[in-house]
Design a protein around this ligand. Structure first.
Ligand code: TXE
Length: 480
């Protein structure tokens, strides 16, 4: 058993309660580690360590902070195979995906903010005899709460900007996938971070997560996760007027017109549907298809879906691994049952996939495609967050927009068409924080990122993330 510990004040320490719970490998359906069940008392120790570290860290030159972030990136790079393996075991995702996306992108996050440290500037104003300028300063002790689908990628994406601008951080990784954050904690001292600057607390959302959102000395929270949890965090934080950034769920449309570059579209729609077993907030889980191309789309999309290699995440050839946990698998399967009750026709998949050998008890679900459901039914309205997509025909652009915009979410959309004017019209009218035309999930870290409606509050992106973790102070003087 792999027992992990919290990282507080530069040291690995056990939870004060001495209580741990199981870390389950979803591909095996068996516990392989123990996670601290941290609570308010552990948080108190971490906040004290962070507060003590803040005055020195705030005044540390940006170049020094940048060097530590770069060193951390270098250390992760040196251990990248161990990180990829831990990510795959913890999440159930194919190791090839962890190796090619999660770990390199996590390293890139640290390097991006290392380069950006020290670049935030204020503004200046002159009115008659008064002159003003603004100062961007770190807030103090801030928290990050991250989910299980892209654990190291989102953990580093939140932590790095907070540190780059001079805050001390309390970071809470998901209790479903704590291993990569733990491995990272083993490198923090070698990277040079002073004790208390980064504190990592493991445990459950309802206990340590909720304690973080209520703590009076934590002034800002950056959260990625489900919408219901986001609303909870927002209400707790509101009572103390904490700053909050929320990246939440989606029910993203992939909108396909007949005039699209067909091969690119099919490849893009499959990737958008099933990457990471459909467990990416940006996944396109509703595929809207122009009526005239509906049958052609099915004829090409279904065989490609069926050719996805489902298997042991640790095997190199696997393209589709396990869903993240038993409760999550049960949730996704319950939505497939709901779809059937709502009149949905399962075109492929639709069941748990049983494997042999090491993975015989794993939480695998077939890539699943469903049609014949009205846009307004629950299956087409609620976030399933698994390898389940629905096909929805539309007659024209107007109808496509109405269906695409007809949910409470507004995170990401992709539009596939050979008509540039239509692509621009759609981009302007989609209720979506991110619109891709003829591509999916192309991320430039410099661009703002985030959702409309119930998909989030605030924008992240290199500049925006650093701004979020600062206060802007105005200094005014008068010419005499
Ligand atoms: O995530 P949660 P869950 C969606 C997806 C999924 C659903 C629930 O639809 O089925 O959310 O997943 C911490 N106060 N997404 O329950 O609860 C928790 O410990 C403070 C979308 O696993 O959102 C973890 O660290 N913190 C998504 C983090 O919040 C709390 C990614 C995320 O967990 C808390 C994941 C509380 N009261 C799930 N309760 C995306 N958009 O990327 C939980 N947490």
């Amino acid at each position: 058993m792999n027992t992990i510990q919290n990282f507080i004040g530069g040291r690995h320490i056990a939870p004060i309660s001495q209580i741990y719970f199981d870390n389950v490998d979803p591909a095996m359906g068996a516990a392989y580690g123990q996670i601290p069940d941290s609570g308010a008392a552990d948080l108190e120790v971490a906040v004290t360590a962070a507060k003590n570290a803040f005055p020195t860290w705030r005044d540390t030159p940006a170049a020094t902070r940048a060097a530590m972030l770069s060193k951390l990136a270098e250390l992760i790079e040196a251990h990248k195979e161990a990180f990829a393996r831990a990510e795959s075991i913890d999440t159930g995702k194919p190791i090839a995906l962890a190796r090619s996306v999660d770990i390199p992108r996590s390293i890139a996050n640290l390097r991006t903010f290392a380069e950006a440290a020290g670049t935030l500037s204020g503004q200046s104003f002159k009115k008659d005899r008064s002159e003003s300028y603004t100062l961007r300063q770190p807030i103090g002790v801030v928290a990050t709460i991250s989910p299980w689908n892209l654990p190291l990628l989102l953990f580093t994406w939140k932590m790095a900007p907070a540190l780059a601008v001079g805050n001390c951080v309390i970071a809470k990784p998901s209790e479903v996938t704590p291993m990569t954050a733990y491995l990272l904690s083993e490198l923090l001292n070698d990277a040079g971070f002073p004790p208390g600057v980064v504190n990592i607390l493991h445990g459950k959302g309802a206990s340590i997560g909720a304690a973080i959102t209520r703590h009076p000395d934590i002034a800002a929270i950056s959260f990625t996760g489900g919408t219901a949890t986001g609303i909870d965090i927002y209400s707790n934080a509101a009572r103390q007027l904490k700053k909050v950034s929320l990246e939440l769920g989606g029910k993203n449309p992939t909108v396909v017109f007949e005039d699209a570059d067909w091969k690119k579209t099919i490849d893009g729609a499959v990737a958008a549907a099933f990457t990471n077993q459909g467990q990416v907030c940006l996944c396109g889980s509703r595929i809207l298809i122009e009526e005239s191309a509906y049958n052609k789309f099915k004829a090409d999309f279904l065989p490609k879906t069926e050719s996805i290699a489902v298997g042991d995440p640790l095997e190199e050839s696997t393209q589709h691994g396990a869903t993240a946990s038993k409760p999550h698998m049960d949730k996704v399967l319950s939505y497939i049952e709901l779809a059937k009750k709502e009149g949905g026709r399962i075109l492929t998949g639709g069941t748990r996939r049983m494997l042999n050998g090491r993975c015989k008890d794993g939480y695998f679900i077939e890539p699943t495609v469903i049609e014949n459901l009205p846009p307004s039914c629950r299956t087409n309205q609620e976030e399933i967050f698994g390898p389940v997509v629905t096909l929805i025909p539309f007659k024209n652009e107007e109808e496509a927009l109405a269906i695409a915009n007809g949910t409470q979410y507004g995170l990401a959309a992709s539009v596939w068409t050979g008509n540039a004017a239509r692509a621009r019209r759609m981009a302007e009218r989609l209720d979506s924080g991110i619109v891709w035309t003829n591509c999916w999930n192309v991320r430039d870290l410099d661009t703002p990122f985030g959702g409309m409606k119930k998909s989030g509050v605030g924008r992240e992106g290199k500049q925006r993330a650093m701004e979020f973790f600062t206060e802007e102070k105005t200094v005014t003087s008068m010419r005499t």
